[in-house]
Each structure stands twice: as C-alpha cells, then as structure tokens.
Design a protein around this ligand. Structure first.
Ligand SMILES: NC(=O)c1ccc[n+]([C@@H]2O[C@H](COP(=O)([O-])OP(=O)(O)OC[C@H]3O[C@@H](n4cnc5c(N)ncnc54)[C@H](O)[C@@H]3O)[C@@H](O)[C@H]2O)c1
Ligand SMILES: [Zn+2]
Length: 364
C-alpha cells in the first residue's frame, strides 16, 4: 500500500492522504481519520457502482461508524446537475445528517464532483472522503479538490474548491470498468507522462501488454505516480493559476473536439487527439524534436486511443469551440506545448494559422 501526502502550504488543515492499494475498501477503518468526530456516515454512489460495491463499503463502514446510509443517484454525466445536488441535500436532511456527518463519494468523477460539492455547501460544509472507482477519478478528479456540477449552458460552471479528508484508491475495482472508461483514465495517465514523465513514459512504453490487462501491480505504480504528479502540481498551485495550467495539455483542442463531436468522442479519445495536436504544434514551432514527437504519437496509438480526427468534423466549428473555451484568459487562447517529454510550457503565442494547419493535418 502506498501513501502519498498532499501538502497544502497555505492552509495546513486542508492537507490529506491518498491511500493506494489492492482491496483498500475491505480494510476496516476507512474513516479512521475522522471517526472520532462523526455521528453518521452517508455513502453517495451511482446506479452502476452501487450494485457492484455499495454493500461491501456499507458493511465495512458499519464496523467503525454507525449509522450508515446509502444515497444512489443515476449513473452518468446528466446527474452532474443542481437538481441532483438539491435531491442529495434534501435526502441528507431526511436522514438527520448534521454538521458532524461524513459523506463518502463512492464512484467515478460524476459522483466525486457532486458529493464534494454537496459536502462543501450542506450546512455550510461537512467532511467527506473519496473512494474513486474509475481510473479517471483515481488519477485525476479525486485529486485537487475541485467540485461542482454542470449547467445547461456548459460543463462545470458551478462549483467550489473543497478538499476531502482522505482518498482511498482500491485498484481491484478497475477490473469491472468498461474499456471506454479505462481508456479515459489511460489518456490522463499518458498526459502526466508527457508533462512530467518521472519514468512514467518509459513504463507506459515498456509494459503495454500488462497495463492493458490491468495488472494490479502495474496499475498501482501508474496510479501512484500519476497521483504524485497531480498532487505535486496542485500543492504548488491550489487555486489554478499559471502552473496548474500544464494539466490542460491536450485539453484545449480536446475539449473543442469533444464538443464538436457532440460528445460522440469520449473525453479520453478527444484528449488523445488533442495531445497529438499539441505535439504537432510544438513540432511546427520548432520546440520538439522528431523522435520525441514520434514516441508521443506511438504511445497514444499503442493504447488503442485515436490520433486522428474522423471525417465530417468542420475545422471552423472546432476553432470556434476553442475560442469559447472558458479557460481562454482575457480572450487569449493559451496552449500547453512541450519542449521534450517531461518539459511542458504554457504559451498564448500560437498563431491561429498554425492551429488550423494542425487540425487539417489531423484529419489525414
Ligand atoms: N474535479 C476534477 O478535478 C475533475 C477532473 C477530471 C474530470 N472531472 C469530471 O469527472 C467526470 C467524469 O468522470 P468519470 O470518467 O469517472 O465518469 P463517471 O463518473 O460517469 O463514471 C463512468 C461510468 O463508469 C461507472 N463506474 C464507475 N466505477 C466503476 C467500476 N469500478 N466498475 C464498473 N463501472 C464503474 C459509472 O457508474 C459510470 O457509468 C466528468 O463530469 C468530469 O467533468 C472532474
Ligand atoms: Zn481530462
């Protein structure tokens, strides 16, 4: 079992631990960090995860805290809404949850974002822990303290920064994950390997077969290193200013492709193509050498992720989605480029002609 400490300098009491291992959810004492202070726990999970793991986590929690209840929300992004938040909050009132109650987010990024948001506003905030069950949630959404929901106008438009008391990552739950959801997490892991490396890039190159089989010990290394990289960046930049922007590698174009495909492309697929695009721009502007470029594209391909844009997507539509990305700063679109594997940088200076050229090349 590996433990990674996330140190938040400015607010020491916000620091927490990420525990990573096999069968972590079967260990009693999931809530040891907070158990003395809490009067009840409420698991929030979704309709896909509840039948798989809900009861198991409930039984474990009963060993240390009681009472324990489960609130189930429908699986899927459409649950990331203010209606769900209100529904969960009202259920909590019905269960007599108080400021001393603990929420447990058991599920993927949707459950994590909704539960974290409810925890940050219910009775002006109550503690929560995360048990992320998708690969994406394990390496990305459960680290960093961003919570929130979508509005009809766009994704993640309402939310808070609110850190959990602890994150418990159980690698054995990955075996029930769909290939599509596994790919979504892999795309983010590949992203970390390009922006920070830490031996991750070579590991992904060398252990392709084992990783695709979701070998537990390889997954432990991958998830551990990814969490360390994200935690390291978040520690330096908790509120998302310049530094944290490198985490957006592949996402400027990726988000636009996701939207332009009307979400027919999954997040991981769109980010995979976006990373190829960012590497192409880096290459065109003479930042990245030919070999590193070929290794980046080769790695993405070797995990079955797409590296080209399929026919039918309009370049003008893609660039217009890029222009409306909420991460554009002062009207200026910032790109995360790379000088080498592990050496990213953020720049507002990518000529729009180069972006268009790259989108056209990605269609071939
Ligand atoms: N807060 C952040 O910093 C942050 C970062 C990245 C993404 N996100 C958000 O995360 C969300 C996407 O998260 P996601 O990809 O985990 O999607 P998700 O939560 O919708 O999970 C995907 C599907 O997998 C199912 N599932 C979860 N765990 C499973 C398991 N172990 N076995 C079988 N099925 C399982 C879920 O029920 C769901 O149907 C988006 O809303 C995105 O905005 C947030
Ligand atoms: Zn992402």
């Amino acid at each position: 079992m590996e433990r990674i400490r996330v140190n938040l300098e400015k607010s020491v009491k916000d620091s927490y631990e990420i525990v990573i291992g096999e069968d972590v959810i079967d260990r009693a004492g999931l809530t040891t960090k907070v158990k003395d202070e809490i009067d009840r726990s409420v698991i929030v999970t979704d309709s896909d995860v509840n039948p798989l793991y809900g009861q198991r986590v409930l039984e474990r929690l009963k060993e240390t805290t009681r009472p324990v209840d489960i609130i189930e929300i429908p699986a899927g992004e459409s649950s990331k809404s203010l209606e769900t938040v209100l529904g969960v909050a009202r259920r909590l009132v019905g269960l007599s949850a108080s400021r001393k109650s603990l929420l447990i987010a058991l599920g993927g990024g949707v459950v994590g974002d909704v539960t974290g948001f409810v925890a940050s506003i219910y009775m002006r905030s109550i503690p929560y822990i995360q048990i992320p069950t998708t690969l994406l949630a394990q390496v990305d959404s459960s680290v960093g303290g961003k919570t929130g929901v979508d509005l009809p106008e766009g994704k993640n438009l309402v939310g808070t920064f609110y850190q959990p008391k602890a994150v418990y990552i159980d690698l054995s739950v990955l075996k029930t994950l769909s290939d599509k959801d596994f790919g979504n997490g892999l795309a983010e892991i590949i992203k970390y390997s390009i922006i920070a490396n830490h031996g991750l890039f070579e590991l992904l190159e060398q252990e392709n077969a084992g990783i695709k089989k979701r070998d537990i010990s390889l997954m432990k290394t991958l998830v551990g290193r990814s969490c360390k990289i994200k935690a390291g960046i978040v520690e330096m930049d908790e509120r998302e200013s310049d530094l944290r922007r490198v985490l957006n590698f592949g996402h400027t174009l990726g988000h636009a492709l996701e939207a332009a495909s009307d979400y027919g492309l999954s997040h991981g697929e769109a980010v995979a193509i976006g990373m190829v695009g960012a590497a192409m721009i880096s290459r065109k502007l003479n930042h990245l050498d030919k070999d590193s470029f070929a290794r980046i594209v080769g790695l993405i391909k070797s995990y079955g992720l797409p590296t080209t844009i399929r026919a039918g997507m309009e370049t003008a539509q893609i660039t217009s989605f890029m222009a409306t990305d909420k991460k554009a700063v002062g009207g200026q679109l910032h790109f995360v480029l790379t000088k080498a594997i592990g050496v990213p940088f953020v720049t507002p200076e990518v000529p729009s002609g180069v972006v268009v050229e790259v989108i056209e090349e990605l269609k071939r």
